[in-house]
Design a protein around this ligand. Structure first.
Ligand SMILES: NC(=O)C1=CN([C@@H]2O[C@H](COP(=O)(O)OP(=O)(O)OC[C@H]3O[C@@H](n4cnc5c(N)ncnc54)[C@H](OP(=O)(O)O)[C@@H]3O)[C@@H](O)[C@H]2O)C=CC1
Ligand SMILES: O=C(O)[C@@H]1CCC=N1
Length: 272
């Protein structure tokens, strides 16, 4: 596919992540006519057509009429979907897979030779155009394919190119990462309530603290250790709290949790 002839993009499998990316593209000003949607349930298709005015087609027709196909189904559903659309795929066409764990090599074995594959690990902050998307090229990708994929993902946040062997580690950091952060915020709100704060106030304090801290990290470019030390007065309140987190091996728990995430991504690939 020549980059300057980029045509329609089909989204096949439009759940949380697919809709987030599609909606972001429309929000960024891309015409709805650039996109086609393929779904497996008619009522989901009706919902997307009503909400965005997007054309909904059977998967086979969606794949046939697009230069780029974004695959947004669960890893367990990917092989079945590839089998369904493979008959209409053609060399030079681009497949962009969002599926955790699934390799470009696996996808390439399920489609005709010469179809280009880009593997992406997106994340849900794309909903507010603050996504972090890591992408890797398959073996038939040229620069135009990568630029096309970057254009699609770039509408909702940052995009980095990474070696495919790092994809499962990226999943552990940025793909699944928002869930860890929400979990920590949930814990802080509940603790605030336990300490006597009304829940709306505890929520406001915790959410703004997260937002301010994230903004500091990004804008000052300082190492988190330095920023943490600035909060930690000798013999003060923060040191007392951090000591408890150290005693309970919270950092080690993060390491184990993220290893489990990486391993699960590998397992999803092995099971496919
Ligand atoms: N959610 C996240 O934070 C992230 C998800 N991902 C990856 O993104 C992918 C999607 O995840 P997520 O959006 O959470 O999952 P969802 O379950 O929300 O969405 C998957 C969608 O795919 C549809 N689907 C399944 N099979 C087909 C098919 N053959 N044809 C058409 N549509 C189909 C499902 O339809 P139905 O409505 O009928 O179930 C559903 O709407 C996964 O592979 C995941 O690994 C990656 C990074 C982050
Ligand atoms: O939990 C999952 O499997 C997906 C992939 C990364 C985030 N959500």
């Amino acid at each position: 596919m020549a980059g300057d002839q980029a045509g329609k993009t089909a989204f096949i499998g439009v759940g949380v992540m697919g809709e987030t990316i599609l909606a972001g593209l429309l929000r960024s000003g891309r015409p709805v006519g650039d996109f086609i949607v393929g779904v497996r349930r008619q009522e989901r298709g009706d919902e997307l057509a009503t909400k965005y005015g997007v054309t909904v087609l059977p998967n086979l027709d969606a794949a046939a009429s697009a230069d780029t196909v974004v695959l947004g189904m669960k890893p367990q559903d990917l092989a079945g979907a590839l089998q369904e659309i493979a008959p209409v795929l053609r060399p030079g066409q681009l497949l962009v897979s969002l599926a955790a764990g699934i390799t470009t090599a696996f996808i390439e074995t399920h489609v005709p030779g010469g179809v280009a594959v880009v593997r992406v690990m997106p994340n849900t902050p794309a909903l507010v155009d603050e996504g972090m998307h890591a992408l890797s090229a398959g073996s038939h990708c040229d620069e135009a394919h990568l630029v096309e994929a970057e254009g699609l993902l770039g509408a909702t946040g940052k995009v980095v190119r990474i070696a495919e062997k790092l994809q499962n580690a990226a999943t552990a950091v940025s793909g699944s990462g928002p869930a860890y952060i929400f979990y920590v915020v949930e814990a802080m709100i509940d603790a605030g309530v336990m300490l006597g704060l009304p829940r709306p106030l505890a929520t406001e304090l915790a959410v703004q603290t997260l937002y301010g801290s994230a903004t500091m990290l990004r804008e000052t470019q300082q190492h988190p250790t330095i920023l943490r030390e600035q909060v930690t007065s000798p013999g003060g309140t923060t040191a007392a709290a951090l000591r408890y987190l150290e005693d309970h091996k919270v950092k080690a728990a993060f390491l184990s949790a993220m290893e489990a995430c990486r391993d699960r991504a590998q397992q999803l690939a092995a099971d496919s």
